[in-house]
Structure formats: structure tokens, C-alpha cells
Design a protein around this ligand. Structure first.
Ligand code: COA
Length: 247
């Protein structure tokens, strides 16, 4: 495997696919799935976790249902078997897309967001993001503010997801470039808990016109390859073998 792989998954399922996806989940995933009130939210959760299992199973040479996933010390999901700890992964889902990142020996975070109306995007940025990010976003033409806001959001979110920190690392402690500038970490002030030092590779990903997405790898100039699962991917959940890909 190259340094990192990112997989784009279309979550629009065909009849019968939801049952195929549900069949490979473990008990904890099924309990979480059952808590969703809206069938669409439940389906997105079930499909994205089944796709994650398919991709991890291919990398590990096991069946999707046999992949053992645990929750790490800060809530970031990881492989349960310490011997497999060198393979790191991260999952994101929004709208009709899931994004799955895999990396060996290095932290990876991914984030996808459906671009949607956000009339108070600048106010939210002012409340949570770093001052240099806010001033770059404020220069965006009005018609581009939402798209750039979500692009910026995915860049920051991918970094905190690589770290595993969630919101315990205040989001104004670091800044990233704002689209359309090339993605990179500009400034970082880590602390004793969260080490932002050292090189990072950020990459924007093509998830279709209605979504924006970023992968972040805590390594210098990591080679990140981007693939897309073919639409019949749920047919492969009961088998061991090559992951069905379109690119
Ligand atoms: C999980 C978290 C890190 C991201 O959540 P999100 O962007 O709403 O949702 P995503 O779909 O991108 O990611 C969710 C997945 O991340 C993974 N995840 C959960 N905790 C994680 C952590 N601490 N670190 C990395 N990944 C985590 C899980 O696989 C989860 O999927 P699941 O809920 O289906 O099991 C969230 O807890 C968080 O703290 N988000 C920050 C919210 C924010 O204000 N962001 C502003 C823009 S930077």
C-alpha cells in the first residue's frame, strides 16, 4: 500500500443492500444503528460502517464481518488487535458520501461535508476558527462563502480527526489555508496533550460537485492515492478478495 489511501463511497443503496450491509456489523455497531430515529440516518450509518469493514478486510486479508474495531483512548476508532495497530484508519460520512482513509504507521484523518445553505457561515467561523482563517474567508465572493466555509471546515476537521482530539483541541489553536488556496497547515500551537508539531500533508478530494472533502496525514509529503468503490460494493461483503473499485 502507498503511504495512504482514501476511498470515496457512494451511500445510495440498491434494494437488498441495507440487509447485506447490516449483516457484517458487530453488536456495538448494530446497537448504535438501532438508536437512529430517521431511517435515512440509520441507513447512512449502516452503509458507511459496512464499507469501512470491506476496505479494512481487504487490507487485512480477512472477511468484513471478522474485522475487530475498538475505540481508542480519545474516542478515535482503531483496530482492536494491537498487532494490526500499524494500520490506521478514519471514517467520515455526510449526505450521500462516505470517505475512508487508511495509512500505515502514521495518523490519518478524513472529513467530507455536503455543501449546504449556511447563512451564518462567517459568524460561525468568527466564533470557532482562527483569525487568519476568518479574514481569508471574509474576502470570498458572496456566492462562494458557503463552499469555502465547508472546504475550510473539512481541512480543520481532518486535522483534528487525525489527532483524535475532537473538540478538546480548541480549533483556533491552528490554522489551515482557505480554499481555493492549496491545502496546508499554516500555523499550529500544540499543547501537552495534542502534538501538532512536525510535517503534515493535506489533500483536497473530489467527492462530486455537492460535497467537499479533505484528508490529513501527519507526515511529510505523504503519497495519498484516491479510489472510488464501485456501485455494486455491497455484493462483495460476504467474500474475501479484492475491493471493487472504479478508480
Ligand atoms: C467525531 C468528530 C471528531 C467528527 O464528527 P463529524 O465531523 O460530525 O462526523 P464525521 O462523519 O466526519 O466523522 C464521524 C466518524 O469519525 C470517527 N470518530 C469518532 N471519534 C473520533 C475521534 N475522536 N477522532 C477521529 N475520528 C473519530 C468515527 O468513525 C465516526 O463515525 P461514526 O460516528 O459513524 O462511528 C466529532 O466528535 C467532533 O469533535 N467534531 C468536531 C466538530 C466541530 O465543531 N467541527 C468544526 C469544524 S473544524
Amino acid at each position: 500500500m502507498s503511504a495512504a489511501q482514501v476511498w470515496v463511497v457512494d451511500l445510495a443503496l440498491r434494494p437488498g443492500d441495507l440487509d447485506r450491509c447490516g449483516a457484517v456489523l458487530d453488536g456495538a455497531e448494530r446497537l448504535r444503528a438501532d438508536r437512529f430515529l430517521r431511517p435515512a440516518d440509520r441507513a447512512r450509518f449502516v452503509a458507511s460502517h459496512a464499507a469501512l469493514r470491506l476496505i479494512l478486510a481487504d487490507a487485512l486479508g480477512v472477511l468484513p464481518a471478522a474485522v475487530e474495531i475498538a475505540v481508542g483512548p480519545n474516542g478515535k476508532p482503531e483496530l482492536a488487535d494491537a498487532a494490526e495497530g500499524v494500520l490506521q484508519f478514519n471514517l467520515s460520512h455526510s449526505g450521500e458520501r462516505a470517505l475512508i482513509g487508511l495509512a500505515r504507521d502514521t495518523p490519518i484523518g478524513v472529513d467530507v461535508e455536503a455543501v449546504r445553505p449556511m447563512s451564518d457561515a462567517l459568524r460561525i467561523a468568527q466564533g470557532h476558527f482562527a483569525a487568519d482563517e476568518v479574514s481569508a474567508l471574509a474576502k470570498a465572493p458572496r456566492s462562494m462563502v458557503e463552499r469555502r466555509f465547508f472546504g475550510l471546515w473539512t481541512r480543520k476537521e481532518a486535522v483534528v480527526k487525525a489527532l483524535g482530539s475532537g473538540l478538546s483541541l480548541p480549533l483556533d489553536r491552528f490554522s489551515v489555508s482557505v480554499p481555493p488556496d492549496v491545502p496546508r497547515l499554516l500555523r499550529a500551537v500544540g499543547d501537552e496533550s495534542w502534538d501538532l508539531d512536525g510535517p503534515w500533508t493535506l489533500m483536497d478530494l473530489d467527492c462530486g460537485a455537492d460535497h467537499v472533502a479533505t484528508a490529513a496525514v501527519q507526515a511529510a509529503e505523504a503519497a495519498v492515492t484516491c479510489h472510488r468503490l464501485s456501485d455494486d460494493w455491497p455484493d462483495h461483503l460476504g467474500r474475501k478478495g479484492a475491493t471493487p473499485r472504479l478508480r
